[in-house]
Ligand binder design. Sequence first.
Ligand SMILES: [Zn+2]
Length: 371
Amino acid sequence: MDLDQPSSTRSGLNNNDDEHREAAGGGERSAQRERYSRQMLFPPIGISGQQKIAVATIVVVGMGALGTVIANHMARAGVGKLRIIDRDYVERSNLQRQMLYDEEDVQQVRPKVIAAERKLSRINSDITIEPIVSHVTADNAEALITGADLVLDGTDNFQTRLLLNDVCFKLGIPFIYGGAVSSHGMTAVFIPGQTSCLRCLLGSGDSGSGGDTCDTVGVISPIIDIIASLQAVEALKIMVGATGAQRQGLLSLEIWQHQMMDLKLPPQRTSCPTCSLKQYPSLQASGSEHQRPVTLCGRETVQIGGNRSINLQHMAERLERSCTVTRNPYLLKAELPEGERLVLFPDGRVLVQGTEDLARAQTLYDRYIGS
Ligand SMILES: [Zn+2]
């Protein structure tokens, strides 16, 4: 988008007449000016900032509560390219706080990124939205994030965050961390070459894997909006190059008792395998490690597989003989006679819902999917 120069028409008028084309280009230009007028009136952004936003590529990993709020802000702000990544589909328990989804998305069993793309493209049809239904692993993380100007954390676990932290520091991409649970949340900006990293913050020996999650202690939606909005404003600053305004430190908020702490980020640890030694341990995990069944914390769900693709049509025909099957282009859901549910994705991932027992999940996987 060029707000000063005449832009080529994308009006779809299919008109060769120069006068009409110029008029259409002018119309588009004024529509763009109108859309972003209030944002451009804000002096630190202005027209030049808007032009920088329009050519930025932003990756949001996780399209749950944080991710939907972040993506909403980014789409409305006019980021040129918005890549959204999530492995899950919309469930009724998401609607209380995951702002882009509605009851129809639940009924249609839509993957979150597909439901989000539908909403976001209605909000802003001028930007490019790239929805990716995938679980981010050591094997695909670099490919998913390459080309990004910055990465925003909408995930719900430190294993994935540390992986994103490793990729971002390896590729030199700013990483904006955010997390919220119950009525408290935290956020920090990590910039390779300028700040320490998330691994430095968590300290040695602490993978950050323990602790409460939204699925075990709950969460109220205002804390998510606040944290996600704080992530979004730092993203705007990075996009327009407002380095002097960049927030330093780790901000911690508790909104029920109203407590706020702004802590300094720790200095870069000389032994940090990410930002000092550049070993990126989360990227070293072998592919086979990721095929192991893993319990998705607090969700009565085990995730298996991902090493070979699944033909949803073939599997639907097979499973329909014994199960109740729901299918859309992105996934297949089967209610098993045993009581559990299987959710199959074309990339080979299978969620076994209704159990946290890894052996039980593997048994059901072998019984219905086969090895
Ligand atoms: Zn570090």
